[in-house]
Design a protein around this ligand. Sequence first.
Ligand code: ATP
Ligand code: MG
Length: 373
Amino acid sequence: MTEEQSAEEQSAAERAAERRRVTGRRREDAALDQATFAEAFVALTDGIILTDHDGVVVSANPAAFMILGEDSLVGNVFEELLLVSGATRIQETDGHLVRRAWFPREERMGVLEMMSTSLPGGRALHTVRDVTAQAELLRLKEEFLMEVAHELRTPISGLIASLDLVVDDALNMPRNELALLAGALRRSALRLEHLVENLMDAGSIEAGTFQVRAQTASLKHSLSEAMAFIHPMLESKGQELVKAFEPDADRVLADERRTTQVFANLISNASKYAPEGTRVTVAAKSIEGYVRITVADEGPGIPLDEQNRLFQRFFRSRTVREQAGGLGLGLSICRAIVHAQGGDISIDSTPGRGTSVHFTLPKARHLAEEAED
Ligand SMILES: Nc1ncnc2c1ncn2[C@@H]1O[C@H](COP(=O)(O)OP(=O)(O)OP(=O)(O)O)[C@@H](O)[C@H]1O
Ligand SMILES: [Mg+2]
């Protein structure tokens, strides 16, 4: 590069910087006092653009240059700039027009929201805002709502199908068929309850209002409560639940209902992700003031590069997403429950071999020990 060239480039850069600082304009058409314009709008993160009666950009603040690019702004027709991105109208009221358009950002496309306000003499003021982050949030919200609706639909369809049979034929039905039907109704209702409970807990964990009430409780009792929900899942896949509790590994200091929820989530994962006819083992042993519980399956395991994300809300492995439903909430809730009670939770998984989830809960002290204190 010659000295001349670099001096030229430097002065071009200085001019651009000056333009950014002071704002751009077409001197002869300046509709607002440029100095006022610059002072008022220089610090704004929204782009502000003024167009004349021909729709030509006469002034723009630094944010507008940042968002829309330096070269194409001042002296060009604003509407022509928008044509490239194919803006869509969002709202139109007296003198105000709100539009959205895609525009190229550093690495990918972003979303712009533009509000154009008519001024006297055919001029117009346009605010340009980068709403990519809000648009992304909105997209995630919609996606989540669709997933929730999808998850709710299966048990609701089950309930409706069973209820239709009751309405049509309950009085003439043999007792055993009626019992089967009642069982199906209960399963669908329990599945709905589980889903709604997970959704509500995810909300209260996020809001910081999640609570547990720890007291002396029996692990076996929590497990048997969870069976009402899990047993039908295991049965429908021909899976067997094996319990291996050491004799002194039952009494813990925990919220019994919450422990039931942990079992329901972990065993339903084991059943959901493992193939038919496999075994799910629930083991408990006592270790230094804690009881360590393990729920192990003979399923597909979890890819190593995904294992550190399993407790994140909404995370679902790419390997199972298509094959089984879920919202990606279960493990994050289990972790919140276990941590709130002073325990810990971890996953040990070998792709192709199966997954074991371990969690600990403080061991309840014997009445005799308490009496000694
Ligand atoms: N036993 C398991 N075997 C294989 N993958 C598992 C197992 N448990 C969890 N995973 C993986 O971890 C992800 C997160 O599990 P989590 O229980 O939090 O959510 P989910 O089962 O997808 O949905 P939800 O529990 O909210 O219905 C699952 O989507 C799955 O990819
Ligand atoms: Mg789950």
